[in-house]
Design a protein around this ligand. Structure first.
Ligand code: ATP
Length: 320
């Protein structure tokens, strides 16, 4: 391997820049030529590629988003699209690729790997929904952004004796919702993993706390479980408590990455280059405990992880 390409793909996440920086600098320090591919697999197909040097990644470690831009590329799901990507790699002399993204992006990387381009995947998504890794790049920042916003909502919710229903992101996973729920002292947290019952999980919990004198409520809903406005309307109708809905939305995807995201991204980025340098190919890099590990891409894509049921019970036990 002489030349390594790097791209970000799927949804953006704070810390992707820190990963790009680490990959480019580690690659150059080990003697590789580094190529930045813009807009995910679209840029690979279209040839939106430029050579990067150590200064190309200056001033980005603290910036959200991704300087390489990101995109979804339907064409790359097809054999024809993958053939175009392979041809572009050959044309530009890219003989290995580091892909920062989610499971879909790793499937794209696997398709190229199957055609002889060694690939390494890095988990980059705010949702933490990548089975092989305990932490994904951007997850910690997204949670902190949500908590900061909800702390502000709490002030006004308390002043007016209201109920705030807050929708957080998470795709099909409740990791953001559960952790944010605990961190903000939410009276109820609705997760995609657990079917919810309006009477038992909302009204009963509100009533229990009202008996002890509580007059304001924060309820966290993971996206896709139920509409925040619809739930707020139902709560107001059933309890008489003035209820407002807030959808935090894409604000959770931006902003300066936290220390944890910067460090994880940097360590995983370095690890990706280290693997290629050692001739270890087609792996997904992950966080396990306080270690950076890696798995065969097929194994990584077949793994499953589940939300921590104990944490759900603890959240309930202490928000009374
Ligand atoms: P996230 O959903 O967290 O934003 P992701 O990487 O899972 O991240 P996807 O939109 O599923 O996001 O995939 C990103 C891109 O990866 C797709 O637009 C496509 O270019 C490529 N991709 C996805 N699935 C495949 C597949 N089965 N084969 C080849 N390429 C794929």
């Amino acid at each position: 391997i002489k030349t390594i390409g790097v791209l970000t793909s799927g949804g953006d996440a704070p810390g992707m820049n820190a990963a790009v920086r680490a990959i480019v600098r580690a690659g150059i320090s080990k003697g590789y030529r580094m190529m930045g591919i813009q807009r995910g697999y679209n840029g690979l197909i279209n040839g939106e590629v430029y050579e990067m040097n150590v200064r190309s990644v200056s001033e980005i470690i603290h910036r959200g988003g991704t300087i390489l831009y990101t995109a979804r590329c339907l064409e790359f799901k097809t054999k024809e699209g993958q053939a175009k990507g392979l041809a572009r790699c050959k044309e530009l002399g890219i003989d290995a690729l580091v892909v920062i993204g989610g499971d879909g992006s790793f499937m794209g990387a696997r398709a190229l790997a199957n055609q002889g381009i060694p690939c390494i995947g890095l988990p980059g998504t705010i949702d933490n929904d990548i089975a092989c890794s305990e932490y994904t790049i951007g997850y910690d920042t997204a949670m902190n952004t949500a908590v900061e916003a909800i702390d502000k909502l709490r002030d006004t919710t308390q002043s007016h004796d209201r109920c705030s229903v807050v929708e957080v992101m998470g795709h099909h996973a409740g990791y953001i919702a559960l952790n944010v729920g605990i961190a903000t002292g939410a009276v109820a947290v609705l997760l995609p993993e657990i079917p919810f019952d309006f009477e038992r999980d909302i009204l009963e919990r509100m009533r229990q706390t009202q008996v002890t004198g509580k007059k304001h409520f924060i309820i966290i809903v993971s996206e896709g479980v139920v509409g925040a406005q619809e739930l707020a309307n139902q709560i107001q109708a059933a309890t008489g408590v003035d209820s407002r809905a807030t959808v935090l939305g894409h604000i959770q995807r931006g902003g300066s990455p936290t220390v944890r995201d910067r460090v994880n991204a940097s360590l995983m980025g370095y690890h990706a280059i280290d693997l290629l340098d050692k001739g270890i190919y087609n792996r997904v890099v992950a966080v396990s405990g306080d270690k950076i590990v890696d798995y065969d891409v097929n194994v990584a894509l077949s793994m499953h992880k589940t939300i921590d049921r104990d944490m759900i019970e603890i959240a309930k036990a202490i928000s009374i």
